[in-house]
Write a new protein. Structure first.
Length: 111
């Protein structure tokens, strides 16, 4: 079931990849991690190089999602210890939020 959800997320997300960071393409930048905890993304802002995989890891007690409108990306619901990975290919500032708790926001700056 989990593999089906991950595959669906990849298909729907286009440039996003719901994958284990250990299986990420070795020719792209090392993954960066954003922790979801206590209804917040930590850190709230990260700066990465183009092609970087950003792993969102839910360490909260409640489910969360990651929505990146500028990339038309929406993660599946992540339970505690769930992860979602998105690749940020183009320079720019990508604001994101939790689809379940929209007051939770963050950004990825690609430069």
């Amino acid at each position: 079931m989990r593999m089906r959800i991950l595959l669906a997320a990849c298909v729907l997300a286009g440039t996003a990849h719901a994958a284990d960071p250990q299986t990420a393409d070795p020719q792209t930048a090392d993954p960066q991690t954003v922790i979801i905890d206590n209804f917040a993304f930590k850190p709230g802002s990260i700066t990465v190089a183009p092609g970087t995989h950003v792993v969102f890891r839910n360490q909260d007690d409640l489910p969360h999602t990651v929505v990146v409108p500028d990339m038309q990306v929406k993660s599946p619901m992540m339970d505690t210890d769930g992860t979602f990975e998105a690749t940020f290919d183009k320079p720019g500032t990508y604001k994101y939020f939790c689809g379940v708790h929209p007051m939770m926001t963050g950004e990825v700056v690609v430069q």
